[in-house]
Design a binder for this molecule. Structure first.
Ligand code: NAD
Ligand code: RBV
Length: 471
């Protein structure tokens, strides 16, 4: 349903979305305490915030917190399948321009992102909340295309890439000749971006080291209260939620291969084991491989697991981890899914292109691929993140930790106005985020005596650990 300045699937879902948002608010003490602390001083007042982050119930609580802190907010999802249409409707019905629905095409996805980045009067945001870096990417590629157009009067041909990259290129290419400085003015007005996830953070550091970053960025992912909680404990709950809503499969007794034993992989392994699965792991990093084997998981290669595993989960943030050739050699009825940010962990295009392959849709976001020899594999969410494509992402409580860091990063960008670079929030704020979540769980924290504080050489009020401490 398209209004004058929003586009969601169905505005009549707003009452359901509102009830879910109210339930989530009770589970998001970090965000709610920011509302009480800053609701009257409104530190984001006068600032335009564009978000590109899964349009879920939890994100609705984040958006409404940003509004309460004074911001003028526009929003799009950062994945074509991750929007909860009821949450999007509830937020849009309160007057926030949301451009998101479950099941966007690649073209619609970039249209939504562009709309979220364009405020009335054609101005851009001064703050960005990004998840995976697509809003940041759109601005940077638009800027680079305008540079080329200004120098040569033409736009260089796009390099061959994925369908998503081609759709972004087409979106930008169409508008540059008629408004050749739009992205320059948008980039020039951005005070900074705060980035939610590991993959988006990688993209920022790559841009920074290539000298191609146009504005400052906060790396929210590497706050301890983000990656050690959301990535691990969040995925520990939302991975099985996605697999089960999609397939109803019994996990107990199955063999599950988890590719990648980083923060996300660790949570995935724990939950699969807790259900009674035998868990295998692949890794490229000897430290993570050693951690996995110390936890009792068998570390092997994808090739060696092909004839053993019933369920395959990619959690690497890397590309081509499960290839079309791997899938052709899997056991019949294997389930293949990805929980990393992008869908390139599983070679979907190559699978579709295999001679003789037949795709049978079971239901939205669940497909069976039948090979010429008769065996089949089930692919969840077309290889996109299964917890958000086949379920509703992480539970609210853990997202409260992540999103409290997001709000703090936006406030830090405004207060500090840092030079172009990638920054992390100070440990004191990390500890503060954790502290805000203790009360609801009935935690009794021990206080240091002055003698104890001086003996271990810390301030009784924190920070309690040096920056190199790994938790
Ligand atoms: P991480 O860097 O902690 O872990 C990734 C691990 O994969 C590393 O240990 C790395 O050595 C390993 N790896 C890399 N290439 C590999 C390969 N070819 N084979 C096997 N292992 C390989 O990152 P993370 O925080 O665990 O995030 C992983 C991905 O999940 C990222 O894309 C991140 O953005 C995403 N993420 C998704 C969710 C979600 O809700 N779906 C939540 C958090 C993070
Ligand atoms: N994520 N969001 C949700 N329920 O809104 N669930 C997971 C939600 C985020 C998480 O922070 C992770 O880093 C990112 O999605 C990957 O895109």
């Amino acid at each position: 349903m398209a209004g004058s300045d929003f586009k969601v699937a169905d505005l009549s879902l707003a009452p359901l979305g509102r009830r879910r948002i109210e339930m989530a608010e009770r589970e998001m003490p970090g965000l709610m305490s920011l509302r009480s602390k800053y609701g009257s001083s409104k530190p984001l007042s006068g600032h335009r915030v564009s978000g590109s982050l899964h349009m879920t119930t939890e994100t609705a609580v984040l958006i409404e917190t940003l509004v309460e802190l004074g911001a003028d907010v526009r929003w799009a999802s950062c994945n074509i399948f991750s929007t909860q249409d009821d949450a999007a409707a509830a937020v849009a019905s309160k007057g926030v321009p949301v451009f998101a629905w479950k099941g966007e095409t690649a073209e619609e996805y970039w249209w939504c992102t562009r709309r979220a980045l364009t405020f009335p009067g054609g101005v851009g945001p001064d703050l960005i909340v990004d998840d995976g870096g697509d809003a940041t990417l759109m601005i940077h590629l638009g800027w680079e295309m305008e540079e080329a157009f200004a120098k040569t009067g033409s736009i260089p041909a796009a390099s061959a890439g994925s369908k998503d990259e081609a759709a972004l290129d087409a979106n930008l290419r169409e508008a540059v000749p008629s408004s050749p400085s739009f992205w320059h003015s948008v980039a020039g007005g951005v005070i900074g971006v705060s980035e939610e996830t590991t993959t988006g953070v990688h993209r920022l550091y790559q841009r920074e080291s290539a000298g191609r970053l146009l504005f400052p960025a906060y790396n929210v992912n590497d706050s301890v209260t983000k990656s050690k909680f959301d990535n691990t404990y969040g995925c520990r709950e939302s991975l099985p939620d996605g697999i089960k809503r999609a397939t109803d499969v019994m996990v107990a007794g199955k063999t599950v291969l988890v590719c990648g034993y980083g923060e996300v992989g660790k949570g995935c392994c724990q939950s699969m084991r807790a259900f009674g699965a035998r868990v295998l792991v692949t890794e490229i990093d000897p430290i993570c491989a050693l951690q996995a084997v110390m936890e009792g998981y068998e570390v092997t290669t994808v090739e060696d697991a092909l004839l053993e595993a019933n369920i395959f989960v990619t959690a690497t943030g890397n590309r081509d981890v499960i290839t079309a050739a791997h899938m052709a050699a899997m056991k019949d009825q294997a389930i293949v899914c990805n929980i990393g940010h992008f869908d390139n962990e599983i070679q979907m295009d190559a699978l579709e292109a295999l001679p003789g392959i037949v795709r049978q849709n079971i239901k939205p976001q669940v497909d069976r691929y039948v090979f010429p020899d008769g065996h089949c594999v089930y692919i969840l969410a077309e290889g996109r993140l299964v917890n958000l494509g086949c379920a509703t992402g992480h539970p609210s409580f853990v997202m409260s930790n992540s999103f409290t860091n997001q709000c703090m990063a936006l406030m830090a960008l405004l207060e500090e106005r840092p030079a172009i670079g990638v920054y992390r929030l100070p440990k004191k704020l990390d500890e503060e985020v954790a502290r805000l979540h203790l009360g609801q769980l009935g935690v009794k924290l021990t206080r240091l005596t002055p003698e104890q504080a001086s003996y271990i050489g810390v301030d009784a009020e924190g920070p309690y650990k040096p920056d190199h401490y790994r938790y």
